[in-house]
Design a protein around this ligand. Structure first.
Ligand code: MG
Length: 391
């Protein structure tokens, strides 16, 4: 069933701590199950994607976003004969390291940590699965396979990659760890590449949905984006009643659905062409090729226009910016308070036996804040400062 260039769980490069195989599950299925059962995964339900968790019950959260990425990813993986379980594991874990309050939270935490190595959510997702989860008797983290960990680490600076490599376990094949590809300028597995695109397809689509539902952007406004207008017209041609006012929501959904399908088919078509052209024979040759998993050139540029539109119309909407400014103050306030008094970090902090050295305090504070849900962060900020910045 799997293509020769797909990741094969029977040939995984292994886990940080060796384990005997599970009797009924492949290694990647096992990773997926570990992720679903971990604490950080459950927190995703109360973390912001674009809208704060308390702003409405129907908006995407990081959890529903991750499920949508997994669904799109699995469906594309199946047609490309890639490993669906690995795609699902990476998709479900890809946002585990996100702070509360989406990108505003990450930017604020990065600024707070600028003298202490910074904060980066991809690196933090890896940190969650490698170190911060406390579930197993013999080790920290979830002890996932190399392939899953590599997929989680979507971006990484050279400096961070070098630091990571110093802590990677020796691999039996003598090759580097999850940071190596950033130093060698190589690609990750096709499953990892697929998750990156599934992520992008998912958020472009659901941000239109949430944006229109919130009233911050209008359907007519989104139709100024040629890519979206194409599907809105197609939907209307096939179903003229969608133009009736009471069908406004159905028209929006049908347009988004057509866009999702078309982007999925576009990726599958463009990727098949690339594979045909480069003829990768196994996972190793995939690494040395250019990015094989891709949109067609036409869809890539059309998608870019949509992203630019969403950036200006939605992510930079004054109402979103105002909320996010307050969210940044919350993160900054929490950071300052915990640095002054690390004891103020209560339940949920890692209770490692060894006392933290002075050096570790900023990173511990960063881990603690990054793990918070939106509402916990807002409440905790109010408890420590007496200021209520978010309703
Ligand atoms: Mg994502």
């Amino acid at each position: 069933m799997l293509a020769p260039y797909a990741s094969d769980p029977a040939r995984t490069r292994g886990r940080r701590f060796a384990q005997s195989p599970a009797p009924t599950r492949t290694e990647f299925q096992r990773d997926r199950d570990r992720i679903v059962h971990c604490t950080a995964f459950r927190r995703l339900v109360y973390k912001t994607q674009v809208f704060l968790n308390h702003e409405g019950d129907l908006f995407r959260t990081r959890l529903t976003h991750s499920l949508e990425v997994a669904q799109l990813g699995r469906s594309m993986a199946r047609s490309l004969q890639l490993n669906e379980d690995l795609v699902e594991a990476i998709a479900l874990a890809h946002d585990l390291g996100h702070t509360p309050f989406g990108h505003a939270g990450q930017d604020a935490l990065h600024a707070c940590m600028s003298d202490f190595g910074g904060f980066e959510h991809n690196l933090q997702s890896l940190r969650v699965v490698d170190h911060l989860e406390e579930r197993y008797p013999d080790y920290d983290g979830l002890n996932l396979c190399f392939e899953t960990r590599e997929g989680i680490l979507k971006h990484c600076s050279r400096r961070n990659a070098e630091a990571l490599e110093r802590t990677e376990p020796p691999f039996a094949d003598g090759q580097g760890g999850v940071g190596a590809r950033f130093l060698l300028r190589q690609q990750p597995s096709l499953e990892a590449q697929l998750c990156n695109l599934a992520d992008e397809i998912a958020y472009n689509a659901h941000d239109i949905d949430d944006g229109v539902r919130s009233g911050l952007i209008r359907f007519e406004q989104v139709r100024e984006v040629p890519l979206f207008d194409r599907y809105a017209r197609q939907a209307l041609e096939a179903h003229p009643t969608l133009a009736q006012a009471q069908n406004a929501r159905r028209w929006l959904y049908e347009s988004i659905r057509l866009m999702l399908s078309d982007q999925v088919y576009d990726v599958i078509g463009a990727t098949r062409q690339e594979i045909e052209l480069h003829q990768p024979t196994d996972v190793h040759s995939v690494r040395k090729c250019s990015e094989l998993l891709r949109f067609s050139t036409e869809m890539r540029s059309a998608t870019q226009t949509l992203k630019t539109f969403l950036f200006h119309a939605l992510y930079r909407h004054p109402q979103v910016v105002d909320t996010m400014d307050r969210a940044k103050q919350v993160v900054q306030g929490l950071f300052d308070a915990y640095i002054q008094d690390p004891q103020a970090m209560q339940s949920g902090t890692t209770q490692r036996s060894s006392a933290p050295s002075e050096m570790d305090v900023p990173r511990q504070v960063s881990d603690y804040i990054a793990g918070m849900t939106d509402r916990f962060a807002a409440r905790e900020h109010e408890r420590l400062t007496g200021l209520r910045l978010l309703a």
